[in-house]
Design a protein around this ligand. Structure first.
Ligand code: MOS
Length: 704
């Protein structure tokens, strides 16, 4: 059997994407399509006193104007994450209050996009305005609610005893800024009703079957009367998993006017209405013996939510898995601001959590005069200290050792401000990476056709990660066919439920189902290879051998904790005269279990590292402190890295297939790459300059 899995297979969807034939949501051509433009609040706290829609209604081409005075009909969904989920609990236009700047307060529909946008600006709105609260420093924090059913507060051992056993202690506060997902493809939707009882939605969706059920509940339809079409997604990072208010409003309005309706969000709309990663503030206290054994870890985190939903950024989830501490205390608080609803963004919780933890560990290493790689190795934990379960497969130490070797870490000067090059200060930094292994149920249909091709079908989708490609590679290997002869169709709710493309779990959920479906096809044919099956197919006179398989986790999570690991090593060059920093070298070593595709897996890590460099050095969404409106609202004002900001990123994989986790042994790779990146950079900055920076992003003013 030819090995395909694990080799560097080219992207199945690559050609379609670079030649423009991959159809994204807003590009679907529907006859009779009309266009909507959102009306958004220009204040951040208060109430609508009056809305005058008369000029807009008379404007050329206008078909309908929706405001809180005439909201289209929407049913309240269960919103329990099992049967349905919407990002913002409050339904659009359901009252006349303004909870945050940029909140959707209307939708104008016209025959062209330009006419809808023009008419949207003709609405005359008067507000009763109150002072918005957008400054977290002035907010009141309370205990955060549980996240996925787990209390965010936790304590084990004896904190006082841990502190008195410590010979060296550090305590520091670390902050992160409000960050935007900033996907290349803006959020967009086409809602196409067939009469009043059947709805087709073209929308980028990370959770096809979940969206289908959610829209069905929102409109009082049986699930099978909703179809979600989402073959391609141009970046999501957690912001395209569930319907946002703009999408619910578009579908509701489309039903009322009985015309296919398209709404594409502007970058300004995206800022307020499609989620963000909350700013965070984290206090970490570490205590250790003089020879570098942790005696205590305390981790307190704060994040903010909107007035219309609750989303805590679970920063302390990483703490019980990273380092062995007999005494451990976690606490998480949350405050409400007049800001759009925050949500999942690549490694939600893990990312800011690892920024704080990996910075603190570096501070402790300097205080102890112990190499930070060695300090991490000395404090490895073999079990999840909260769940009391051993890790199924853990190669964190290999990540650190292989990375140190590759980077040349042993040559690192032990003093700050000693490395220079071309008049610039040079510094080296290390930080760990981690992300849990998650898996859900997924179904796949496989078909072997008489012409020697196979067709793999699932509603599970590819948000740019390479899922099309690993599905094809897996089918090619199991069937024994060249990967070119495998056709993959994904992202349509007419196909078998393929689970959620989130939590880095699409690979772990879907690939076992692909394996089973392909094996089942061969079994149906009573054949060992596709060649043998094809002969039987010709003899039988059937058109295809076909099988559908479902794969789901069993009770393995009762026996093991599943977690991926990594280490980032980087070099920075700093010109203190002008505060200019360049990241000049990067090595990432990852243990993700089985690597399904060497090429796309490395790309996922690189993407994560690049996004992490953006977080470390540039990304920050500001709100006007007086009016509470986002003053960062496009890709010019929201800074993120360009090619010139990024060095060559070397990615190495270590570890072994995690076969306790699933039959593929793969734990997924989408999110781990971004964890630890900002800490590795701040740690390198300390090595270069002797200055510890604890507030992100590390903009030039902080380096002067
Ligand atoms: Mo991810 S933040 O689960 O898309």
């Amino acid at each position: 059997m030819n090995k395909v899995i694990g080799t560097g297979v080219n992207r199945k969807d690559g050609r379609a994407k670079v030649t423009g034939t991959a159809t994204y949501a807003a590009e679907h051509q529907i006859p009779g399509l009309v266009h909507g433009y959102l009306v958004t609040a220009s204040i951040a706290n208060g109430q609508i006193k009056s809305i005058d829609t008369s000029a807009a209604e008379k404007a050329p081409g206008v078909i309908a104007v929706f405001t809180p005075k005439n909201p289209p009909k929407i049913f309240k969904p269960a919103n329990d994450f099992m049967s349905s989920k919407i990002y913002e609990e409050r339904l659009p236009l359901s009252d006349d209050k303004i909870y945050y700047g940029g909140q959707i307060i209307g939708l104008v529909v016209a025959d062209t996009f330009e006419r809808s946008r023009h008419a949207a600006h003709l609405l005359k709105i008067e507000y009763t305005t109150q002072q918005p609260l957008v400054d977290a420093k002035k907010a009141t924090f309370k205990d955060a609610p549980p996240l996925f059913g787990e209390e965010l507060k936790f304590e084990k051992g004896n904190i006082a005893a841990g502190n008195s056993a410590a010979q060296v202690k550090i305590a520091a506060t670390y902050t992160t800024a409000t960050e935007l997902h900033a996907p290349m493809e803006p959020h967009a939707i086409i809602a196409h009703w067939q009469d009043d009882n059947s709805l087709t939605i073209y929308e980028p969706s990370q959770w096809v079957a979940g969206s289908q059920r959610t829209y069905a509940q929102l409109f009082g339809l049986p699930t099978e009367r909703v179809r979600i079409v989402t073959p391609f997604i141009g970046g999501a990072f957690g912001s395209k998993a569930f319907p946002w208010p703009h999408a619910i409003l578009t579908a509701a309005a489309g039903r009322q006017i009985q015309r296919p309706l398209k709404v594409v969000l502007s970058r300004r709309h995206l800022t307020a209405n499609t989620g963000h990663r909350s700013e965070t503030e984290q206090l970490i206290r570490l205590g250790a013996t003089a020879d570098g054994k942790l005696t205590v870890i305390e981790h307190e985190a704060k994040s903010c939510t909107s007035p219309v939903d609750v989303f805590p950024e679970g920063c302390t989830g990483i703490t019980p898995v990273m380092y062995d501490a007999p005494n451990l205390r976690l606490k998480q608080d949350m405050a409400t601001l007049n800001i759009g609803t925050p949500t999942f963004m690549r490694a939600p919780g893990e990312n800011p959590g690892m920024w704080a933890m990996e910075s603190a560990i570096d501070e402790l290493a300097w205080a102890l005069k112990i190499d930070p790689v060695e300090l991490r190795l000395n404090n490895e934990t073999t079990e999840h200290q909260r769940h009391g379960l051993p890790f199924s497969a853990k190669h964190f130490a290999d990540c650190l050792r292989v990375g140190a070797d590759k980077f040349g870490w042993k040559d690192r000067p032990k003093q700050v401000r000693t490395l220079t090059r071309d008049g610039k200060l040079i510094g080296w930094g290390v930080a760990a990476a981690t992300f849990p292994g998650m898996r859900g149920q997924a179904s796949v249909k496989a078909r072997l056709l008489g012409d020697g091709t196979a067709h793999i079908l699932t509603a599970g989708n590819d948000m740019g990660t390479g899922a099309y490609t690993i599905v094809a590679a897996t089918a090619a290997e199991i069937l024994g066919l060249p990967v070119e002869q495998i056709r993959v169709e994904m992202g349509d709710s007419l196909l078998p439920d393929g689970g959620l493309a989130g939590g880095s779990q699409m690979t772990a959920s879907l690939i076992p189902a692909v394996m089973s479906a392909c094996a089942e096809v061969l079994k149906t044919a009573d054949a060992k290879t596709a060649q043998e099956a094809l002969t039987k197919l010709q003899q039988s006179g059937q058109s295809a051998f076909e099988a559908t398989a479902t794969s789901a986790p069993g009770d393995e999570a009762k026996k093991w904790a599943f977690q991926s690991w990594g280490a980032h090593f980087c070099e920075v060059s700093i010109d203190e005269e002008i505060g200019r920093l360049q990241v000049t070298r990067w090595v990432s070593v990852m243990d993700i279990g089985k690597v399904m595709n060497a090429k796309t897996a490395a790309s996922q890590i690189r993407g994560g590292v690049i996004m992490g460099i953006g977080q470390a050095l540039m990304e920050e969404c500001h709100l006007d402190p007086n009016i509470g409106y986002p003053v960062v609202y496009d890709l010019a004002t929201y800074h993120f890295p360009a090619h010139a900001d990024i060095p060559r990123i070397e990615v190495i994989f270590v570890g072994e297939p995690d076969l306790n986790f699933n039959p593929a042994g793969a734990r997924g790779v989408g999110e781990i790459g971004i964890t630890g990146v900002s800490a590795a950079i701040a740690n390198a900055i300390y090595h270069a300059t002797g200055k510890r920076i604890r507030d992100l992003p590390i903009t030039p003013d902080k380096l002067l």
